[in-house]
Write a protein that binds this ligand. Structure first.
Ligand SMILES: O=c1ccn([C@H]2C[C@H](O)[C@@H](COP(=O)(O)O)O2)c(=O)[nH]1
Ligand SMILES: [Zn+2]
Length: 159
């Protein structure tokens, strides 16, 4: 008889998004994104990080200060990285698992890429202008927004 305690698709893809986020050097918010086809095949992964060639150790990671001295000017968001990393994959009809609800800029890229559903884990900036604008655009574009259903599943890895 087959085992029954295997992880379901949502746990699997959100788990991979959370694992991918662990690559981030951002001290305050590590974000991961996992793009999946309608056939449940992983099309791409991304996390928030500095652009290629920009040395992580030479870039600012501060949240506050003069804008040019903060990370916000430079960091490439997880969702955008995942879309850019998808190279030749067709993302039409795909869904994206994100550990943080997308900002308005990532929302534009998600919509333009043809992704049809966003499954999100944290929504900690729900009331920010960026999130309000994101929801507005997703609604207009008919992109489904699904909060991740927490199953309290513990996944432990020893590496
Ligand atoms: O859509 C998004 C929004 C944000 N991020 C990244 C960008 C930053 O590295 C962090 C946010 O930092 P805070 O200190 O929480 O302001 O998250 C992203 O990847 N995708
Ligand atoms: Zn973003």
């Amino acid at each position: 008889m087959k085992r029954t305690d295997y992880i379901n698709w949502d746990e699997y893809f959100m788990g991979i998004a959370l694992l991918t986020a662990m690559r981030s050097k951002d001290p305050s918010s590590q974000v991961g994104a996992c793009i999946v086809s309608p056939e449940n095949k992983i099309l791409s992964l991304g996390y928030n990080g500095m652009p290629i060639g920009c040395d992580d150790d030479a870039m600012p990671w501060e949240r506050e200060g003069s804008p040019l001295d903060t990370k916000y000017m430079y960091v490439c968001h997880a969702e955008l990285n995942a879309i850019l990393n998808s190279a030749h994959n067709n993302l039409k009809g795909a869904r994206v698992y994100v550990t943080l609800f997308p900002c308005n800029e990532c929302t534009k890229a998600i919509i333009q890429s043809g992704i049809q559903e966003v499954v999100y884990y944290s929504d900690k900036y729900h009331d920010s202008d960026s999130s309000v604008a994101a929801r507005f655009m997703f609604k207009k574009a008919g992109v489904r927004l699904t909060p991740y259903t927490n199953t309290e599943r513990k996944i432990e890895l020893t590496l």
